[in-house]
Every structure is written in C-alpha cells, then in structure tokens.
Design a protein. Sequence first.
Length: 459
Amino acid sequence: MQGRSGLDRELFDADAWARHLVPAGSVFAFLADHRRRLFPDEMFADLFPSSNGRPGLPADLVASTIVLQSLHSLSDADAVGALRFDLRWKVACGLPVDHGGFDASSLTYWRRRLARSERPERIFEVVRQVIAETGVLKGKNRRALDSVVLEDAVATQDTIIQLIAAIRRVRREVAGAAEIVAAENLIPVLGTLEQIEAWRQYCSATLPRPAALMIDSGMSRLGLSEGDMMRLAGNPHLLQGVPIVHAMSHLACSDDERNPLNIKQLTLFNALVDGFPWPDGMKPTLGMAASSGCFLGTDYHFDLARPGAALYGLEPTIGRRNPMRPVVALEGKILQIRDVDLGMTVGYGATHQFRGRSRLAVIGVGYADGIFRSLGNRGAVFVAGERASIVGRISMDLMTADIGHLPSASARVGDAVEIIGPHQSVDDLARDAGTIGYEILTALGSRYLRRYHAPGNAA
C-alpha cells in the first residue's frame, strides 16, 4: 500500500528550522518547493494497486531521494545516510530535523516496481524537468550541482548504474552539454550515432575536437552496435571533423577465461576496427580489457587497459590469484561487551539464540556503512586476530559478534575489530555475503574515517 504525505508540518520540520541554510536556486530548494507537484501520489498509483496492508513511504519522499541520489551518484546506503544526516536533504524531502531516514532496501524495492511498470522512466522524466527549471547546467563552466561534480559519460560503474545512466542521458539532452565538455577540455566517449552527430555538429561550428568511441562487441549494454559501425564505415562524412583518438569495448565474461564469448567479442572487435576508415587515416589507440581482461592474455591488452578492482587487490578472475596485494583494510570499534546466557537472543527478529553462556561484542558499523545485511548469522570479523562469528541481524549502525571463545582480556571497549584486512580479504567477505568484491568496495559508506598510507607505510 502506497504511503501519502501529510500537509501538516512536523514540530521540528526541517524546512521551517533550516530553510535559510539551503542555497536559493539549488536543487534542494527546488524540490522543497515543488516536490509534491512533481511527484504527486497519483503518479505512482499503478505501482501499488492494493489498498491493503500497512502504508509505505510517501511517493514524493522516495522520488525526491532518488533524484538527489542520482545527481550525487550515491549508493542506496549513502543516499539514506545523507537523508538522515544532511539538513539540505531533509529540507528537500520534507522531513523533520530528527527524522532517522528509512531502510536502504526501500529504494531497491521502488526501482524494481518502476522497472516492471509501463513507465519505468517517469522519475527521470521529471529529473530532466528539474535540470531545466533549476538551470543547473547553464553557463560554460557550470558542471557542478552544489559543489558535487556530475559524472562524465561512460565513467565508473557501480550498483546504481541505472540511476547514473539516467543523469547522463539528461546531460546529453540538455542544450550546451557539448560546450561544457569542450570548456573542461574533456574527451567525450561517444556510444551512439546521435551522440556522434551532436559532437560533429559542435566541432563543425567551432573546431575539430577529439573523441573516443565505445563499441558494443557483445555485451548489449553501452556502445555502438555492429550495424552502427558498418554505417559509419560506409558514410565517412559522419565522422568528419571529429578526430577519433581511442576506440574501446568491454568484455562480458572476462572473469571466466574459458567462456567462449571472450574470443567471440575479441574477434568482432578486431573485425570492426581493422580496416575502418578512420578520419584523416589516423588509427586510434584501442582498448578492451578491464581488470579481468588483463588476465586473459596479450591478445586482449591492445594499447590501453582499464584495471580497476584489480589495483585494490581483488581477485577479478575465477581460479586465478591476483598478484597485486590487497590495499584496503576496514575496521570497526567495539562499543560494548555483553554477557549472554542460555536461551537469550540477539538483534532484530531474534534470529540467533545462544546455546549456552557467551559474550557479545557490539560493533559500531552496520548496513548504513555498507555492511551487507546478508552477513547476519553468516559472516565473521576478527578480534585480536581470532575469528568471531557475526550473530543476529546486521542493523543500521550496529552488528554483534560472538566472542565467548576468546580470553576476556583479548577484547575491550574501544578496541578495533578487523572486518577487512590480513585475516579476511574483500573477496572473503563478499563470499560470505553472497556477492562479489566489487560490490563490497563500492558499497562502503561515507561515515568511515579514511586514512591513506604511502607505499610501505601501511599500518
């Protein structure tokens, strides 16, 4: 059942108490003034046809959160964290100052319902309206939204790729996008014939400017299709005045070196770029391999490779050890140590019951920090170098570990607990969580204190 926003203000309504802190003309102020008009309850009625059950979150709250999440390129956990701690988000979404936010899984739930609907893009249709009405991208040098730089086309990809892709589509449709790219001396990565034509027209009106091409060799995601490349080859004027300095593709199954799609993609990519009538006869540099592809052999290396997760020490290829050492460590602090007895339970849902006396370490990290809820009653941390099982559910800010088997002196309040480190790698944690190391790393929240160490000085 869909929730509805009330018109009455809360006692500690953020708009009433903190509106003066929100910059006029910002997207936060825009959403505060217009979110109910932009996202009326009726706009999402088809997603929740039943009137039974407990009311869910109001439509304008979730839609406004997704808009801000998209513009700031945040994970679900970080978006909910911003909603909880950032007054600008509370003003924009109509929440009271003391509101604690909502479960990050609600954003996933809404996106799934939107994806199955007849209008899956409805929120992003309004995003375009937000961009147009706030004037976020007006002016040659405006590339920021309240000091947060928007992602460049074909940039980093993570668990919110659909949201970021929608914002990239907005930028391509906004007048002046080419001027913004040129003013920042960026090289755009063009993945459709429409993008190529828009860039060619801009270059024709100004001066030739370099670009890169993204070619889809079999992943069916981003890039020029085989038919698009054949059309470009048969009509060289389509690239006139656009020096192509790089052409790339992306492998779908490079983590499995035995998958036949690897060689199929390699063969197609070579066929599309070899003999192509590149502008001015200048063949661009080529690239195909990301982290996993680097381990497939030199045929996949070309001129440039894009190692990402491998540089962090993750194992990007099935059955092959990464020679690069892990560089990420993650710790949480023990906030409290509790004695428990036979029959007692711990955490929400009482999902773990103790079979005898033991001790619990309550650790100050949770799913709002990117610790997956699936690690409850499955994962482990290391206390004083010894494995301690996570018991009970992972909650927003806390998790609990059974330390009953450890000497009393080995764990004290304030001690650091290893979540990722020498005893447990990112990939180890990912296996316990039922996911991959990439998602573990990209989900780590913004509330951690980060320390960066020079080579050889890690501590």
